[in-house]
Design a protein around this ligand. Sequence first.
Ligand SMILES: Cc1cc2nc3c(=O)[nH]c(=O)nc-3n(C[C@H](O)[C@H](O)[C@H](O)COP(=O)(O)O)c2cc1C
Length: 451
Amino acid sequence: MVKDGKMSLALLALVNGHHSAGWRNTASDTDTATDIDYFTYLAQRAERAKFDLFFIADTPGARIDHLDAYSRGPNYMNCLEPTTLLSALARGTERIGLGGTASTSFYEPFNLARLFASLDHISHGRAAWNVVTSSNDHAARAFGHAKLPPHAERYARAKEFVEIVRALWDTYEDDAIRFDKATGEYFDPAKFHPIDHEGAFFKVRGALNIARPPQGQPVIIQAGASNAGRELAAETADLVFNSDDTFEEAKAYYDDVRARVARFGRDPSTLKVLAGFAPVWGESKWEAEDKHRTLQELVTPMVGKQRVGQDLEADLSGLDPDQPVPLDIIPASANQHTRYFEQLVHMIKHERLTLRQLWQRYERGNKRVLGTAKDIADVMEEWFAGKACDGFMVICPQLPVGIEEFADHVVPELQRRGLYREDYSGTTLRDHLGLARPQSRYARTAEPAMG
Ligand SMILES: Cc1cc2nc3c(=O)[nH]c(=O)nc-3n(C[C@H](O)[C@H](O)[C@H](O)COP(=O)(O)O)c2cc1C
């Protein structure tokens, strides 16, 4: 473990950026969504800026309804499968961590454990799995279900899923593979531990056919905002993303989640919190605001309504954009993204915004800062020094320009202030994050296999 006391930075690499109109405002003349050279460029750009993590968000499957809106705001409608993409990036980069989302609602623990163990080997210890329970019925239907199970059931399944994956990653102890040509013993069977698990959701009797990953266990990421999500993060995660747009809320989240970690008997500093952060850089504040306004003006009403309606779990397509959203069409509580839902309801109730103002203001919970390198670094310093987070998930409204500007202007400012590393001091993602390599459960104690 290498610990430098600096903030961590991750890049959320959604093709042309997180903004639904990012693709319309790119300098590129061709679609880069499935272009490995383009993603390699993004990852190398983040690596040159010494980022901890390059992160691919995902949802399993395209939408098949509201195509009038999704064909114009096409996020996640055309994308590479994350572990395939990250495996290729492992060969085009050397140090940056490589994280991707995979859903516990649609994978089997065995497949998942195998994929991320392989990625950890291929990348020499840089893999991270973002555990999500998924929040869209379109994916459920693609997997043969009428709709997603309720939120609590999804999280109960996720908890059991993660336990199994972790047990499978410990199949082989670190020194189990002998490769002893003289005696003919390839591995020591006493250091090979199949599992025999039978729980509420899964039955797994078997063992992973791959040596223990270089990080011991790939890094586990979580982004749950709900009570169940926070509990899962506190019990199992190494890294958690949060989505709050004020310092006070982010600080409350940080304190809450760390207190939960302690209740699980873990050292609170073993869970790192990255705040979702959406910077737009300009030579002046005015220039940054102008860039953002240009993007906002490219959002068509159809896309704006769909984006807000999706997180409000309500159909807004027939509403007048210049009137407030009527409260009686919104469900009493969320079954999808609790935090996003609550933020929108708050904006409707307390800020009395029109629908158009809502889609122009709403950042899906991430802290948006428009300004110079100083303006952006000031906010990051306030949040980091004030212990509202351990670092930031940089969510650029536009790519590749967002990471280019952030790397060239904001990173040097953070380094000048002593807040960010000048170079990597370790080789694995756990090193970058200051997290210890977990011992095999069998090396620690003589525990029997999980049952
Ligand atoms: C930075 C960040 C990245 C996320 N990436 C994904 C993703 O790739 N796929 C997904 O389905 N949800 C993703 N989410 C959403 C969360 O996993 C989670 O569903 C959401 O925060 C709601 O949590 P809750 O169900 O506990 O309320 C992400 C959230 C954040 C803040």
